[in-house]
Ligand binder design. Structure first.
Ligand code: DAH
Length: 337
């Protein structure tokens, strides 16, 4: 009997060394620890053991059973804890967060504006950021002594061709009109540069969307209708607008489009400088000199043009009240939009 006990002990040790998962633990239990298992079978035979040997055999059997049970419990605990890590995946770990990028708020605004104009039948044109004086000023009817031509306002590039960083998107109008015949209906989004003091309201670079429509019989009424239609889509049906007479060298007559300040609803606040109105675009009928310069007969054709700033609109819709935040590329700011 003692030999058999030892034999089973050796078997138990061998089995234990093979256990490497919860199934192995269960197999071990079925082999040694159930009623019909090999240990209980030895206990059953205790009644046939001679009386004087019983205490010793009984003691050895108990030691054997405790040894098997203790090890079973140890292994059970070990493999149950890691049961959820089956094939290396720990299902109790928190999920991994997906980090998705997003478009910069200025680009989001620009695309939204583009989309509205595209639905109204405008196509998109682009021009270079590095321009020459001819496209940026001369062809747009700027007089030779216009202050915008001053180094104080414009970044000139040292070059024989008198290159500069475009100060507005209007030079793209010239390129478009020289490149195709009317009817022309397009918008020209892009980045522009001005030699300005940097503060919460202005930067040396920002974005504009230029618009141009040239055909026979284009009228100022059409310009008003188009811009109001656009602005309602962009800022909401209930916004109110007004056109104020203004001046630009390349349009005649010229106007500026204001919208009721959508922060204070027209009551007056810091953003609208307590006027209740925000300036959102410059516009007007393309000056006959500009049409002529581009080879378009102003007696036959007329056109309107407009220019929107994009940063101002972006600041209003995001609630960002310092324009510099849009250009610092601080992820903590950008990831909110
Ligand atoms: N280019 C002007 C600016 O930068 C904006 C502008 C005004 C564009 C009137 C236009 C226009 O096309 O018709 O301030």
């Amino acid at each position: 009997m003692l030999d058999e006990i030892n034999k089973i002990k050796t078997e138990i040790e061998a089995r234990l060394s093979e256990i490497n998962n919860a199934d192995g633990v269960e197999k071990f239990r079925l082999e040694f620890l159930v009623k019909k298992g090999s240990i209980q079978t030895l206990f059953d035979r205790l009644k046939d053991v001679p009386k004087e040997e019983k205490p010793l055999i009984g003691k050895e059997l108990n030691i054997l059973r405790n040894f098997a049970e203790e090890n079973y419990n140890l292994f059970k605990e070990k493999f149950e804890q890691s049961r959820e890590t089956v094939s290396g995946i720990d299902l109790t770990l928190p999920g991994r967060k997906e980090f998705t990028g997003s478009l910069h708020p200025v680009i989001q605004t620009m695309r939204e504006m583009n989309d509205i104009f595209i639905k109204m039948g405008f196509s998109i044109a682009e021009g270079p950021d590095i321009e020459d004086e001819y496209h940026n000023f001369d062809a747009l009817n700027f007089p030779p002594d216009h202050p915008a031509r001053d180094m104080q306002d414009t970044f000139f590039i040292e070059s024989p061709q008198k290159l500069l960083l475009r100060t507005h998107t209007s030079p793209v109008q010239i390129r478009v009109m020289k490149g195709m015949k009317p009817p022309i209906r397009c918008i020209m989004p892009g980045r522009v540069y001005r030699n300005e003091a940097i503060n919460a309201r202005s930067l040396a670079e920002f974005h504009q969307i230029e618009g141009l429509y040239v055909d026979k019989h284009v009228t100022f009424a059409e310009l008003k209708g188009t811009l109001i239609q656009f602005a309602k889509k962009m800022y909401g049906e209930n916004s109110k607008f007004r056109f104020r007479p203004s001046f630009f060298p390349f349009t005649e007559p010229s106007a500026e489009l204001d919208i009721t300040c959508f922060l204070c609803g027209g009551e007056g606040c810091r953003v609208c400088k307590h006027s209740g109105w925000l300036e959102i675009a410059g516009c007007g009928m393309v000056h006959p000199n500009v049409l002529k310069e581009c080879g378009i007969d102003p007696e036959v054709y007329s056109g309107y043009a407009f220019g929107f700033g994009i940063e101002r609109v972006t600041m209003l819709r995001t609630g960002i009240d310092d324009i510099r935040l849009l250009y610092e590329n601080d992820v903590r700011v950008l990831e909110q939009f």
